[in-house]
Design a protein around this ligand. Structure first.
Ligand code: DGI
Ligand code: FE
Ligand code: FE
Ligand code: FE
Length: 188
């Protein structure tokens, strides 16, 4: 799939704001890929596709997941924000006929991360955090850190998310915990 085809597939499915975010993530992913030796074209493509199902209403997301035979864990079912990544991966495979398993996994794990993330998965996870449209406190520092040490920047992003979730009494997906633990232990 070419970038142009991916962009054309994504555009009608997203709000203007979410589409702009996806373009920003794509751009950031391309830069991170160059910095860390991932494939810039694959990163660009994964970036534009990563939130493809994000603006679909929840009930339609559930229906599509059922049609694709996706079984959610109780935690995943309870966390609506996790659906678009799981569904997005299946959608690009089954509807857009993406055959690149690495690209599909980058979409699949862009929200939670996971243990043993590939370089591309890390690039997309981080690009989603630091893309030009993001403006949370500390994003400037994280942007700089992202180009110094990818793993430390990912850990910092995960700490931010885990803290936020815990403060609001939300569960934390086991994939996020495993990714966090692995990166922290490896960084010692
Ligand atoms: O789709 P985006 O808004 O661009 O970003 P995203 O796909 O990374 O979604 C982030 C949201 O997902 C954020 O509000 C936290 C929420 N979330 C819910 N449960 C979990 C979670 N994020 C992680 N990493 N782990 C969870 O268990
Ligand atoms: Fe640029
Ligand atoms: Fe997302
Ligand atoms: Fe995103």
């Amino acid at each position: 799939m070419t970038y142009e085809k991916a962009e054309a597939a994504v555009r009608p499915l997203l709000s203007e704001k979410r589409f702009y975010h996806s373009v920003c993530v794509s751009h950031e992913a391309e830069h991170l890929a160059r910095r860390y030796g991932a494939d810039p074209e694959q990163a660009r493509l994964a970036g534009i596709l990563h939130d493809i199902m994000k603006d679909l209403p929840g009930d339609e997301q559930l229906k599509l997941m059922e049609r694709f035979g996706i079984i959610l864990t109780d935690l995943e079912h309870a966390q609506k924000k996790l659906w678009h990544a799981i569904l997005g991966a299946a959608y690009i495979e089954k509807v857009l006929k993406v055959r690149d398993a690495g690209l599909i996994c980058a979409v699949r794990y862009h929200t939670t991360g996971r243990a043993d993330m590939t370089l591309l998965e890390k690039v997309i996870f981080l690009a989603d955090f630091i893309s030009a449209d993001r403006d949370f406190p500390g994003v400037e520092d994280l942007r700089k850190k992202a180009y110094i040490s990818m793993d430390s920047a990912i850990v910092e992003g995960m700490i931010f998310t885990i803290r936020e979730l815990a403060e609001h009494n939300q569960p934390i997906h086991p994939d996020t915990i495993q990714a966090y633990n692995q990166l922290v232990l490896a960084g010692r």
